[in-house]
Ligand binder design. Structure first.
Ligand code: PMP
Length: 431
């Protein structure tokens, strides 16, 4: 059991100056209880906290660390930029063209791209563009999907909002809330119904093509293609939010994995290599409406920041050179099979969902295909499971409704250790 004396002290102090002691809600461990852990250092697949405990990390900064923390090439590239280029200019820099060109090459839907500073900025901007382009106000999202904390998305949202029981947030005006319609994930009829009821008024359908903020929920075969067809028929802009699954489930994202091309794509996490980044892009005829070329305004003091672009570019280059995806799939299969064996041994029938190196063990026997089935999970049992893993030095997301991420630096020995810990934690979860 790790000693968390210093973490506890820091958390007490933080609460005086920072709301809830944290700068992003799920970090506070509210749904699993206990003391949030203050990390002091990350290296590869391991984290060390301020009390000197080490953990095998499956959060990976919530997705960016597909190559682990402090990858030597990324660190070296950052050092070079810091010493030889600078931290910010507020002018165009050559690196911006390099990353834009590379992203357009890698992601099927991209003909033009704009860099921003977070996933939230990317989704807010993409929706504004879709509204500007179509001249329509309403958008359709899916219950339990999370697209950042923009006002339009905090209606039946996933991630921290769901974990903390606040999927609808005060502060979002009625007008904004009215323009966001929620459909059921993996249910095309629910989408058609909303489209028919709001004929000619839907600007965009935004979806996580692999849902990762209600735990992990893969899109059923044909669902994304059906959305594509519907959007084409109705003149609706289809937005894939690939902030989490982009460059994670495949280099070209879920859109290359499933062969469905959206009109706009939002990105983040991995393309920042651990620094704050987001991006949105898509078809030229849409992206040409962005200022200064077009009339839809979007801007950012630090957008295209040299340090963030350096970390992102180096990450993308490594992913292209090393193609870690087959190896990530192999490792994820080992974890999935190991967890399955453990469940079987214990006579438990919990559901596991996985796409590539994104996975989730749900504490429910109901197949999880949407928000409604995800919330049948027993979050109390998950909390016990989480703490038992933590006690055994395994750091997973402090919420049932988040993904477990495997990175290229997890070794087979790490996986074996995790499978053993999973067995013990499953036992604890039943107490
Ligand atoms: N979209 C998705 C699919 C996400 O998973 C997230 C963050 N978890 C966001 C958008 C928001 O990104 P950020 O936290 O960088 O604003």
């Amino acid at each position: 059991m790790p000693q968390l004396t210093k973490s506890a002290e820091l958390f007490e102090k933080a609460k005086k100056f920072i709301p809830g002691g944290v700068n992003s809600p799920v970090r506070a461990f509210k749904s699993v209880g206990g003391t949030p852990i203050y990390m002091a250092k990350g290296s590869g697949a391991y984290l060390t906290d301020v009390d000197g405990n080490t953990y095998l990390d499956y959060v990976g900064s919530w997705g960016p660390f597909i190559l682990g923390s402090m990858h030597p090439r990324i660190t070296a590239a950052l050092e070079y930029t810091l010493k030889n280029i600078g931290t910010s200019f507020g002018t165009p820099i050559e690196m911006e063209i390099e990353i834009a060109e590379l992203l357009c090459k890698i992601v099927p839907s991209l003909e033009m791209v704009r860099m921003v500073n977070s996933g939230t900025e990317a989704t807010m901007s993409a929706v504004r563009l879709a509204r500007g382009y179509t001249g329509r106000d309403k958008i359709i999202k899916f219950e339990g999907c999370y697209h950042g904390h923009g006002d339009s998305f905090l209606i039946k949202a996933g991630s921290g909002a769901l974990t903390l029981g606040a999927p609808d947030s005060p502060g979002v005006t009625k007008g904004t809330a009215q323009d966001t319609l929620n459909a059921t994930y993996n249910d095309i009829e629910s989408v058609k119904l909303l489209v028919n009821e709001n004929k000619g008024n839907i600007a965009a359908i935004i979806i996580e093509p692999v849902a990762g903020n209600t735990g992990v929920i893969p899109a059923k075969p044909g669902f994304l293609a059906d959305l594509r067809t519907l959007c084409d028929q109705e003149g609706i802009v289809l937005i894939f939010d690939e902030v989490m699954c982009g460059f994670r489930v495949a280099l070209g994202g879920a859109q290359s994995l499933y062969g469905v091309t959206p009109d706009l794509t939002t990105m983040g996490k991995i393309i920042g290599g651990g620094l704050p980044v987001g991006a949105f892009g898509g078809k030229r005829k849409l992206m040409e409406r962005i200022a200064p070329l077009g009339d839809v305004y979007q801007a950012g003091t630090l957008s295209g920041n040299p340090l963030a672009l350096t970390a992102g570019l180096e990450t993308l280059k490594i992913l292209m050179e090393e193609n870690p995806y087959p190896e990530l799939e192999r490792k994820a299969q080992i974890i999935e099979a190991g967890f399955s064996d453990n469940l079987k041994k214990l006579g438990l029938n919990y559901v596991q969902n996985r796409v590539g190196s994104m996975s989730c063990l749900f504490f429910t026997e109901t197949p999880v295909v949407s928000y409604a089935s995800a919330i049948t999970a027993d979050t109390k049992k998950h909390g016990k499971y989480f703490h038992s893993l933590l006690d055994q030095g395994i750091y997973t997301a402090p919420s049932q409704f988040e993904a477990m991420f495997i990175s290229s630096v997890h070794t087979d020995a790490d996986l074996e250790k995790t499978i053993k810990a999973n067995y013990n934690a499953l036992v604890e979860s039943q107490k």
